[in-house]
Design a protein around this ligand. Sequence first.
Ligand code: FAD
Length: 370
Amino acid sequence: MKIAVIGAGILGASTAYHLALAGHNVVVLDEAHPGKATLAGAGIVCPWATKAADESWYALYAAGARYYDELIAGLASRGEDQVGYRKVGALVVADDAREYDAAAERLARRTAEAPESGGFEEITPDRARELFPPLRAGMKALHVPGGARVDARLLAAAMLRAAVALGADFRSDLATLHLDQGRVVLRDGRNKVIEADQVVVAAGAWASHILAPLGLNHPVMPQRGQIVHLRLPGTDTSRWSVLLPMASHYLLAFDDSRVVVGATREDGSGFDYRVTAAGQHEVLSAGLHYAPGLANATLIETRVGFRPAGPSIKPILGRVEGIDGLIIGNGLGASGLTIGPFAGRLLAKLAAGETPEIDLSPYRPSHPKT
Ligand code: FAD
């Protein structure tokens, strides 16, 4: 079967990888628009403390984290072992005692059902600062050993390379879609038809542009995230835990003395690909509030990404009723690096005519006609 995938962010790259693994003929088109979310994403994989309560969303969020071990092992067996993934552990902290207690209650309930989380325990402020040295003094923490971080740039590139090594055709190009007698037709940037039995649209925040000519009013909008990267020259940050304050900001570290502080959540931003004074101020203020030990770090860059934000927290994954051969994967919002690799596997199964291991009916695309 020939399957086309539009978009090679975390979701499209994973879809293509799983399709190629299963022996399908795959073509991937990606335009790499400025603000591609996967290139800006922080990379936290730690679903168990989330405050969001939607059950079908949480089922995918938790399954996404569980799938990482298998994914990483599979990629490593193909020589792709540089993806920046490490279970460095996560520290859940809170300014407010009630928030902290509520997080402990959620962790107790959810980690009990998720052996890959490694459970959790309360640790002292001194121990917390051993695991994340810039942390404010006096903050006790809930330590989740299975919390992880990943470099999504490396991971998406690794999945795409593995797909290409298995025979997938990758093109840096802008795809368009049209309808012909109820069936989707794909064209490349020169308007040449690309034959495909199935088309998977994993086009992130830009998906409404490509779906509009099909008469679909796709409800995913860009939500801008500005995220700051700092460097602590000469400091080994490679094993620092992820810091998850029960608020909208967070900190994490990577191998190259890099500490990342995220992020703004700017609804209504459109595709305004800029670092703003207010965005920079918001993120740095929150970062230094929790981690004053970063005050002297070097500010090396601020990345900007457009999260694909749907009408609810739930992703959109499935076939479009009434249009032959069209599948959509989108709306991964703020949790796409956790959900994306697993969701890509589900989309690959759907495109190949198999039954995905999770019932996708809660995520079915629904589109009012334009
Ligand atoms: P994208 O990565 O945006 O990829 C879509 C691709 O489709 C783009 O390359 C685009 O150019 C291409 N495309 C669109 N239209 C066309 C077309 N017509 N033809 C060809 N190509 C096209 N998630 C977590 O789980 N943990 C985190 O810590 C985390 N932190 C984040 C921090 C920030 C600041 C941001 C912005 C996001 C974060 N996320 C996180 C969320 C995550 O990054 C996104 O949900 C995820 O990357 C979305 O992936 P995607 O593949 O759907 O879209």
